[in-house]
Design a protein around this ligand. Sequence first.
Ligand code: URP
Ligand code: ZN
Ligand code: ZN
Length: 480
Amino acid sequence: MRTLIKDGTVVTASDTYVADVWIEDGKIVGLTHPAQRGALGGTAADHTIDATGQYVIPGGIDCHTHMELPFGGTTASDDFDTGTVAAAHGGTTTIVDFAIQSKGSSMRAGLDAWFAKAEGKAAIDYGFHMIMTEANPTALADMAAMVREGVTSFKMFMAYPGVFLVDDQQIFRAMQRAGELGALITMHAEIGLPIDVLVQQALAAGRTAPIYHALTRPEVAEATGTERAIALAEMAGVPVYMVHLSAQRALERVMEARDRGLPTYAETCPQYLFCTEDDLRGEPPGQGNGGESDEERAWKGAGYVCTPPLRPRHHHDHLWRGLRNYDLQVVATDHCPFCMKDQKALGRGDFSKIPNGMPGVETRLHLLWEGVTQGKISINRFVEITATAPAKLFGMYPRKGSIAVGSDADIVVWDPTRSKRLGTDTLHMRVDYSPFEGRTVPASPSHVLARGELIVHNDQWVGKAKQGRGQFIRRGTFAL
Ligand code: URP
Ligand code: ZN
Ligand code: ZN
């Protein structure tokens, strides 16, 4: 079966040109100028997609998702079925999710648990990072087995004492081991122990509303964690990747490291580019309708509780500049949805019990496109931060992340005129609110192809199979 995407404008991280894209057996097999179409013998297609006036871009790669993550006494509401279907509707064709090595249990058990969650369910291709909750000799030995299986990156936390936090000695040992194996350590770089003190003090003072989640996790806690993670990586002589970087001072630590030539990388997420700390306050007191109490209005901020927290608006400009200037390499989502009803509600009266995370896997490209239309990033940079860079950093390039002969035909036909209103009624994520409810974005995918199969057309799932069509991606070792 041969598919032709004709007359579109192909965009890669480096180039923009009009071309026909030929697809066979799930791979891109040719890129030709439309004028050559008639001249090429035997080039009839079984299926043709007319992409005139549209962009043909690599399928998005979201290298930070948490499907079915157990957290704070509940479980993230999207599983590998609903979450990957939603991702595909938004133009993402590969995710890298976080498996967990639970304390006292093996990495093997953690990986098997994540295989069980994904197999037979995922609608798009997926890989796994491994969250390390301890770096004892067994775990350090097990890292090699993970890498052999294509799990070539590990996440460690300086935050969440008693749950995920590991100390510097363990981080350092894991970094050294990662260096031996060609794996990449990714860091949640907020210093969790002093944050915990601030949280306990706020609660003791009766400060229980969602906004205190942000006020007890100051920017300096992330900047210090970032600096420490960079120092540990420098001592170990290895690269390090900061996940979900949210703020100016943390970014400055990354910039300093990169200026010194260190292999320091960082991602940010749409919520840090589009939402602010004020969202955690809910609606301003006295401005709600229907006589809601101030407490009721303040509670609406719970939908914006994620970690690190949302920051004041001025951080946005710094993060966009970081993306433009290559100090930030990736925009991933940290997709970790919890419903307001029953899940976020666990933290009514105690912000520290609100499960941390926001939905986002479906809306990343929609939102970031605003950066292109507003001149904050080029269209090529848009492709790079959403697909090419995560593919390269996480060992999937050139199979994924580009429009090139031999690459998987993971392709989005992106219609710059196809506007969409974001809301729970138009989105597919299994969550009962949208942080962007009512926002209209100017562009969206008209066609989404995954390994050559048209799976989404004009917001409708048209793929033959759905659950289980996604394949596990064995990722390569770090090679930048
Ligand atoms: O709020 C967040 N980020 N939830 C997911 C866990 C994490 O730290 O990435
Ligand atoms: Zn994290
Ligand atoms: Zn996360």
